[in-house]
Design a binder for this molecule. Structure first.
Ligand SMILES: Cc1cc2nc3c(=O)[nH]c(=O)nc-3n(C[C@H](O)[C@H](O)[C@H](O)COP(=O)(O)OP(=O)(O)OC[C@H]3O[C@@H](n4cnc5c(N)ncnc54)[C@H](O)[C@@H]3O)c2cc1C
Length: 387
């Protein structure tokens, strides 16, 4: 049987950077991916927003790491992952949302985020053409940005392979090898492999592994809609998050930005969540999101929409990922439940996971890292206000 230091299940937003950073540390890595290439799961459903603008300290510090990695990837490794600086702006028209966002600023600043409340005039400069009626101001975090979800996994895979990592595609993990209470490898539809550690990074399918491991993996996928326009002249630097209740009456956020190619790319959380993994896209959300985008930036009314799709957020009960060794069985590392932020968490999480496995310490602070622990009470509170 072939033996590896680490086996990673899933070559997605989390699996590919994890492979890269483990291989950089000298481990012999095998990545097993049931799809035909890296990044073809929910990774490619993401619209590529990368922000450290969160309310949860673990996410703030992990995404600061990610921003550092994404923004310097081209100069470090010579491969363009489509990094576009420009920040994130949360424009505010509502007192309640203003108070909520302002209340998060002390934690965000404490954990290292460059973010400020800016007045309506400044928001109008940052977001040209924004509807100024009732605009109260907003938050602006200039160091956030955007990355291509199609290019990033290729960048990580290439760097991992340069350090000897092996990627097996169209190979599904169907079971585990055990020695007592320790995982010693995996079984796939094609073969068996032994490993010192197995990293479960199976995204929306993570909970399926629970029964194979006698472990509760509290990840429930729900689906979200997205779309992309034909390219237009560059005018929008930041990604915009609109937290106002839509016509549905609920505070469901939607967010959008303009990518490197000039396309407007957007995502929408439906009024009633679609629980499960049905990724069949529907067009019902288009009139809703079109109205909201035009209401916010009227000049978007002539956009030609090219394509829409639907993908999963792998959710945990408290909206925070699990990035931790499983308590039992041993030899298993859980990198699951990335919610709506797996792409932005990916590089920082990958670096953190490699450090936890190889050096037994996180790259983020212990205080921030404890939010990702498996042994927390998932039902105690919803710690993450900015989903
Ligand atoms: C519409 C939409 C917009 C989004 N926008 C953003 C955004 O702007 N920014 C952001 O950060 N996040 C965004 N997200 C969320 C992001 O896409 C997810 O959080 C992220 O992709 C999850 O990463 P992952 O590695 O856990 O899962 P994935 O990227 O799906 O990777 C898991 C991989 O595991 C493989 N796999 C599963 N089971 C097995 C098995 N048994 N054997 C072998 N392989 C297996 C799968 O094929 C898959 O490739 C968005 C999501 C959606 C739906």
């Amino acid at each position: 049987m072939k033996t590896y230091d680490a086996i990673i299940i899933g070559a997605g937003s989390i699996g590919t950077p994890t492979a890269c950073f483990l291989a950089q540390k000298g481990l012999k890595v095998l990545v097993l991916e049931m799809r035909a290439a890296s990044g073809q799961g929910d990774n490619k459903a993401a619209i590529g927003g990368v922000r450290a603008t969160h309310s949860d300290p673990g996410k703030i510090q992990t995404c600061l790491e990610s921003l550092d990695i994404y923004s310097t990837w081209k100069e470090t490794y010579g491969f363009d992952v489509g990094w576009k600086p420009g920040g994130y702006c949360f424009p505010v028209y509502d007192e309640k949302i203003e108070n909520m966002l302002k209340s998060l600023l002390p934690t965000q600043k404490k954990f290292g985020l460059n973010i400020n409340w800016v007045d309506a005039h400044q928001v109008a400069e940052i977001v040209p053409g924004i509807n100024k009626e009732g605009l109260r101001g907003g938050t602006y975090s200039p160091e956030d940005g955007q990355v291509s979800t199609l290019l990033a996994p290729i960048g990580f895979q290439r760097e991992a392979q340069r350090h000897g990592a092996q990627f097996n595609f169209k190979e599904k993990v169907t079971g585990y090898l055990r020695d007592g209470d320790t995982i010693t490898g995996v079984v796939t539809n094609k073969d068996k492999y032994a490993a010192g550690v197995v990293v479960l990074a199976a995204g929306a399918d993570a909970a399926e592994h629970g029964p194979m491991l006698d472990l509760d993996i509290p990840v429930t996928p729900d689906t979200h809609e997205a779309g992309i326009s034909a390219p237009v002249k560059h005018f929008l630097a930041p990604l915009i998050v609109d937290l106002r209740p839509g016509p549905e009456g609920k505070t469901v956020n939607f967010y959008f930005g303009q990518n490197n190619e000039g396309q407007i790319i957007f995502c929408y959380t439906p009024k009633e969540l679609f629980i499960g993994t049905d990724r069949e896209s529907q067009s019902e959300f288009m009139p809703i999101i079109a109205n909201r985008m035009i209401n916010l930036i009227p000049r978007l009314k002539n956009l030609l929409i090219r394509r829409i799709w639907r993908g999963c957020y792998p959710m945990t009960p408290d909206g925070v990922p699990i990035i931790d060794f499983a308590p039992n069985p041993k030899g298993l590392f859980l990198a699951v439940g990335m919610c709506g932020q797996g792409f932005m968490l990916g590089p920082g999480a990958g670096k953190n996971i490699a450090s936890l496995i190889v050096d037994n310490k996180p790259v983020i602070s212990d205080e921030a890292n404890k939010f990702f622990r498996y042994d927390r009470d998932f039902y105690a509170s919803k710690t993450e206000a900015l989903k």
